[in-house]
Design a binder for this molecule. Structure first.
Ligand SMILES: Nc1nc2c(c(=O)[nH]1)N[C@H]1C(S)=C(S)[C@@H](COP(=O)(O)OP(=O)(O)OC[C@H]3O[C@@H](n4cnc5c(=O)[nH]c(N)nc54)[C@H](O)[C@@H]3O)O[C@H]1N2
Ligand SMILES: Nc1nc2c(c(=O)[nH]1)N[C@H]1C(S)=C(S)[C@@H](COP(=O)(O)OP(=O)(O)OC[C@H]3O[C@@H](n4cnc5c(=O)[nH]c(N)nc54)[C@H](O)[C@@H]3O)O[C@H]1N2
Ligand SMILES: [Mo]
Length: 762
């Protein structure tokens, strides 16, 4: 049955990091930049006076772990600091219809946008226009809407705190809370789920906690690719003999072993450090079953210990003093059967029990998680059961213990903190109104899924996007594309061309902005911005490179320009704020008291940490206690029949969300292609298929009359992935995910558990 490896597929034997990573850093810089001085400037990322790496949100407290060693940080920076340009001549040479036929990779590979552009239907081209003209046209279109709620304002999480704060102020003064956000597709299950459990929607740990923990659980995240600087932290823990327990359907090299490019010994001897002490390949969507199994096993250990005359393994004092609803959890766990847990998680009872023992033995435990937990029909339930597990032994709000969501975009958390949310609290709106003399709308706004639905149904007619590639990032791109073509106005503030920009509205405008690596010169001199990392640390970022074009404007300046053109009677002095971002920070502080002394504190190297009440065992829930929250059953991600597999969609090593850097995925052994689907060898055999066969991946319709979705002509790759699970790359596989398949509590699309069938390619 076995067959030779198909072209471009060959298992990778090395560790994560190592020489391969250093070579990739050099290549990334060489491919994108021509100017030698740029390369030196690149190395300033995450240095005290440098810019924040746009790659990921993992903290870097000492600003020491130099970016020249972080392969994917280098790629993210080189991508932005590229010497390539997409000037007006480029758009003159290619009609939009022609560009639509290009790949996403080719579109972005043109380089940085240089001029404001507006679509001209007569020539089917984007033509350059002045900034004033661009703002005026946007103002006319926005003011023409009969209701401000007919406009949508998207944010992708690279925007700085300053840009995001001005943006939400403008949008609320305009009159809507329609803030679809990349967070809606990402950690919304965290933002919605954790506050109900522990009173805050953020992680509770600091980097220092990793130096004190006794066990780490890594559930559904891939740090070797997506948070590479975290590998240094995991490596240190592994060297301290801290057990690292991994739950992931795929074998991910970065979680198995890592050679630190900063360790001369490992580099010269070609050795590496083992990361995971146990690696459990659970089924896609099997997390709720696994977590309930772990808790059931912990309760059993507790009972056994008590029977032996011990004091049990639960932290009864903590449970009594800090939590509520423990009995609900006990009752639920008593009702779930082990054979069902085994079937749904794909793990043996003995494996789940072994993991529970590691958990129960450790004095201090940190649980880290990513998209493998949140992007499911039961994303909120998954997150809340991680919290339940930690609550059992008081692993929250003390040194060396806590919950650690790996945030996505480098400032997605900060954007939320400064008010970009469709579900604002009354307290926040009241302060915003008092600070600016505006009257913010009180009705809930649209999240990302609701935005696409509103546009599809003709209820929304305009969209402004502060970065991102919304149409490609969402599920069911065909439905999203069709919807977006019905708009009256589409505005994109962006650094590079992408497919969302080519989905034309009656008026389509492209506004090129500065990136984080570039000098941001305003009336008051060069400006810095601030960002918040995954651990609630706020710090400054200052670009050092010359802007990609003299016509670029900063995001805060662009937001101000749109605001002035759209709000003739505005209460805000936009020019005054943009002249000196310190003034924006003063206003942030006025609206959000936790930013007290903002300018002074952020001037210190490393910045400051925002207060996270749960980190001090203050529970900002209605009852003032942390809550055990039960989700009945084992989740909806199930296979109705044995021939149905659950598809998860993942990032390759050489991509940043919808940006594809190259067609390689080194650690998974794929080179020069992305048209593959990873399948367990036994599943392949059971389906009568072989490694290297061409297959069609066909989605199982969610309901009557649902469109037939398929991804055809993929190459099946036998891969160490849990049985019953298959994986393909995002965004190519997004067509397999129905717009209606999302977690109804948080709105997070179920990108990581789509029921599909595999068939020989027809
Ligand atoms: N270089 C780079 N860095 C990035 C990004 C990038 O695209 N490129 N994106 C940024 C953004 S916005 C985000 S949100 C983060 C994403 O960071 P991650 O959360 O690491 O992202 P993913 O690649 O989507 O998948 C995470 C892991 O979940 C596993 N998984 C899939 N399904 C399941 C499941 O059902 N259960 C469990 N337990 N695991 C599962 C996959 O095998 C994969 O290893 O990274 C950020 N950083
Ligand atoms: N199937 C599937 N779909 C997914 C996911 C998945 O795991 N599977 N993950 C989801 C997740 S976690 C996320 S966060 C979303 C990502 O969704 P988005 O955030 O919308 O997408 P990105 O690909 O990060 O956006 C890339 C574009 O941002 C612009 N850009 C880059 N830097 C800047 C900047 O500094 N300023 C401005 N203004 N623009 C800039 C560039 O024009 C670039 O083309 O996708 C989601 N979609
Ligand atoms: Mo994300």
């Amino acid at each position: 049955m076995s067959k030779a490896d198909p072209p471009g597929v060959k298992p990778y034997d090395g560790p994560a990091g190592g020489w391969g990573a250093l070579k990739a850093v050099a290549n990334a810089i060489r491919e994108q930049t021509a100017v030698a001085s740029d390369v030196r400037a690149l190395l300033k990322a995450n240095q005290p006076m440098g810019f924040d790496c746009p790659g990921c949100a993992w903290p870097d407290p000492d600003h020491r772990s130099s970016f020249e060693f972080c392969e994917n940080g280098a790629k993210a920076v080189a991508w932005e600091a590229t010497a390539r340009r997409a000037p007006p001549e480029f758009f003159a040479a290619h009609s939009v219809s022609e560009l639509w036929g290009w790949s996403d990779f080719e579109l972005e590979a043109q380089g940085r946008l240089t001029h404001p552009m507006a679509y001209d239907a007569a020539s089917d081209r984007y033509l350059s226009i002045s900034w004033d003209e661009a703002f005026a046209r946007i103002g006319v279109a926005l003011r023409a809407l009969p209701d401000p709620n007919m406009a949508e304002f998207y944010t992708s999480g690279r925007a700085s705190n300053e840009a995001a704060f001005l943006y939400q102020l403008f949008v609320r003064e305009f009159g809507t809370n329609n803030f679809p956000d990349c967070s809606n597709m990402c950690h919304e299950a965290t933002s919605v789920g954790l506050p109900e459990s522990i009173g805050v929607g953020k992680g509770t740990v600091t980097l220092e906690d990793f130096d004190h923990c006794d066990a780490i659980f890594c559930v559904g995240h891939n740090p070797g690719t997506n948070h590479p600087r975290m590998l240094a932290t995991l490596r240190e823990a592994a060297r301290r003999k801290v057990p690292i327990v991994v739950f992931n359907p795929l074998r991910e090299r970065g979680l198995e072993r890592f050679a630190s490019p900063q360790d001369p010994f490992e580099m010269l001897t070609l050795r590496s450090t083992e990361i995971a002490s146990s690696y459990y390949q659970l089924k896609v969507g099997g997390d709720l079953a696994m977590l309930k199994g772990m808790m059931k096993a912990v309760l059993a250990l507790d009972a056994a210990d008590l029977a032996r005359g011990g004091k049990g393994v639960l932290d009864r004092t903590f449970i009594a003093e800090n939590t509520e609803s423990f009995s609900a959890i006990e009752a639920d766990l008593a009702s779930v059967e082990w054979d069902e847990i085994e079937r749904r998680s794909g793990l043996a009872r003995s494996d789940v029990e072994a993991a529970a023992e590691v958990y129960a033995k450790a004095e201090r435990v940190i649980v880290c998680y990513g998209m493998g937990i949140t992007q499911h029909l039961d994303g909120v339930a998954n997150v809340q059961h991680l919290a339940n597990l930690l609550l059992l032994r008081g692993n929250l709000g003390r040194k060396g213990a806590g919950i650690c969501p790996l945030r996505g975009h480098s400032n997605v958390q900060g954007d939320r903190t400064v008010g970009v949310t469709e579900i604002p609290t009354e307290a926040f709106l009241a302060r915003l109104d008092a600070a600016f003399g505006v009257t913010s709308p009180r009705t809930k706004g649209n999240n990302a899924v609701e935005t696409v639905e509103a546009i599809r149904d003709g209820r929304s007619k305009a969209i402004v996007c502060l970065g991102g590639n919304l149409a490609v990032a969402m599920p069911d791109p065909e439905a999203t594309f069709a919807a977006m073509r019905k708009l009256d106005l589409a505005v994109h503030i962006a650094t590079k061309l992408n497919r969302s920009h080519l989905i034309l509205a009656r008026e389509s405008i492209l506004l090129p902005c500065l990136g984080r690596t570039e000098v941001d010169m305003q009336e008051g001199g060069p400006q810095c911005v601030t960002v918040e990392d995954s651990m609630s640390v706020v710090h400054a970022s200052r670009g050092g490179l010359a802007p990609a074009s003299e016509h670029l404007r900063s995001e805060p300046a662009i937001v101000a320009g749109i605001a002035k053109a759209s709000l003739p009677a505005t209460k805000v002095d936009w020019d005054f704020l943009v002249a000196d971002y310190g003034r924006i920070r003063d206003r942030i502080e006025e609206v959000f008291p936790e930013f007290f002394d903002f300018n002074a504190r952020v001037a210190r190297p490393g910045g400051f940490r925002l207060d996270v009440a749960a980190s001090r065992r203050e529970w900002l829930t209605p009852s003032g206690r942390a809550r055990f929250i039960v989700a009945p059953g084992l989740g909806r991600a199930d296979r109705p029949t044995p021939d149905v597999l659950l598809l998860t969609t993942i990032r390759s090593h050489d991509q940043y969300n919808t940006t594809i850097y190259s067609l390689n995925d080194r650690y998974r052994g794929v080179t020069g292609r992305r048209d593959v689907v990873f399948v367990n060898p036994e599943d392949l055999a059971a389906l009568g298929l072989a490694h290297g066969d061409l297959v069609d991946v066909v989605a199982v319709p969610a309901g009557e009359g649902e469109a037939a979705r398929a991804l055809r002509g993929q190459t099946a790759v036998a891969f160490p992935i849990a049985k019953g699970s298959v994986a393909a790359y995002y965004p190519e596989a997004n067509g397999l995910i129905a717009l209606a398949a999302y977690d109804h509590t948080s709105g997070t699309p179920a990108y990581k558990s789509a029921p599909v069938r595999l068939r020989a390619h027809a």
